[in-house]
Design a binder for this molecule. Structure first.
Ligand code: SF4
Ligand code: SF4
Length: 373
């Protein structure tokens, strides 16, 4: 069986990337990171998305050490939150500091994170701003290929960034269970900007082995990640998807998705969407379990709550009852649903931190209403 890597153009840049590439947030440990990187490079994976912040900075160092002797086989990307790295001199200095720490000579790409509004796009682009710093870094040879952005904001901000003509790729959260960024993918691709997918498995739920509902995505012992990744591989407008594996075994399983590439057609892709919709999974935003919202001033854990709500919408059978589902899961942690919900005063702080812009307060209120609280 042919299980060769699939390659795609990164927009109009002329850069070829493997259709499955490395996410770097979820390594189990340094040894697994090194093994995964080497195994993935052997299998033809060539793009690595890193950040100074993942795993408290350890992830990027582990990756740098893992690729040190194979540097020319990998397209390495780093990123900065634009507001902390603006203006030009700051981001330029940051790039040098990061490279010094990692003992590397250059990054291939650099991503700008946090372009949520049209105003932030304009500020990053203005004279003396972030983009000018990246161009200086390119002139100095420490960024080889160019700049992209990772996106969690409004469609208007996305279009403003694409229309600027400054970015050669956009990293977007998208997967079979959560397709609300579909129009952003089409817009980027039609304008020659490469599309990189983050959260290809919805932050985990599309990789769960113990569910029954997503059985149609499985293949010979593989979990539903098999079908979920093939859904993305079948989309010609997606350049690459970042798979964030914790272990080599997970990587091997995910890489099975590239087999039988001739079956990865638009009809196949659409058939999976129809099947999900038949099962009542709409494709609206789903919690990715990122936990960015977990810092609640009143000691409620909105991240755990939203993950339970997400799992209910994906996995619960038709006969399941939401309140019983939630009660059972809180009881597993020796907590009581009603007591936990009581802590939330609906201040909205968690929503401001949610990169998926999920209506957390509305979800909490809905359950409280059902309980008569
Ligand atoms: S709305 Fe406020 S109180 Fe409620 S979970 Fe979010 S941060 Fe906590
Ligand atoms: S920030 Fe949003 S996506 Fe992340 S855990 Fe919280 S609700 Fe889920």
């Amino acid at each position: 069986m042919d299980n060769s890597m699939i390659y795609r153009r990164l927009g109009d840049s002329g850069i070829e990337v493997s259709a499955l590439s490395f996410g770097t947030m979820r390594w189990a440990n340094e040894e697994q990171c090194h093994q995964i990187i080497n195994r993935g490079l052997d299998r033809g994976m060539n793009y690595i998305d890193t950040s100074t912040g993942y795993l408290d900075g350890k992830s990027q160092q582990w990756v740098a050490d893992a690729i040190r002797d194979r540097r020319d086989e990998a397209l390495l990307s780093s990123k900065s939150f634009w507001a902390k790295a603006n203006p030009a001199d700051t981001v330029r200095r940051r790039i040098d500091e990061t490279l010094d720490k990692l003992q590397l000579d250059y990054f291939d790409l650099y991503q700008l994170w946090g372009l949520d509004t049209v105003e932030t796009v304009e500020t990053a682009l203005e004279k003396g701003g972030f983009i000018e710093g990246i161009r200086k870094a390119q002139d100095d040879g420490v960024i080889k290929l160019g700049v992209g952005f990772t996106f969690h904001g409004s469609p208007e901000a996305f279009r403003a960034a694409i229309n600027s003509g400054e970015f050669l790729c956009a990293t977007i959260s998208y997967n079979l269970g959560s397709r609300k960024e579909e129009s952003q993918i089409r817009y980027a691709a039609e304008n020659g900007v490469g599309v990189i997918i983050m959260n290809p498995l919805g932050g985990g739920p599309l990789a769960k082995h113990d569910d029954k509902k997503l059985a149609f995505l499985r293949h010979r012992g593989a979990g539903p990640s098999y079908g979920a990744l093939r859904f993305l591989l079948a989309d010609e407008q997606i350049s690459t998807s970042l798979i964030g594996c914790a272990t080599v075994e997970e990587l091997e399983e995910d890489l099975r998705a590239v087999e039988r590439s001739e079956e990865l057609t638009e009809d196949f892709r659409r058939s999976l969407i129809e099947r999900m919709e038949d099962d009542g999974i709409s494709g609206e935003g789903l919690c990715t379990g990122c936990a960015y919202c977990h810092d609640c001033p009143n000691d409620f854990d909105p991240s755990a709550f939203m993950e339970m709500m997400r799992d209910f919408s994906i996995y619960a059978g038709e006969e399941a009852h939401l309140i019983e589902w939630l009660r059972a899961r809180y009881a597993e942690e020796d907590k009581r649903l009603e007591d936990e919900l009581e802590k939330c005063i609906e201040c909205g702080q968690c929503e401001e931190q949610c990169p998926q812009h999920l209506p957390i307060v509305e979800a909490i209120r809905g359950v409280k209403d059902t309980l008569g609280r």
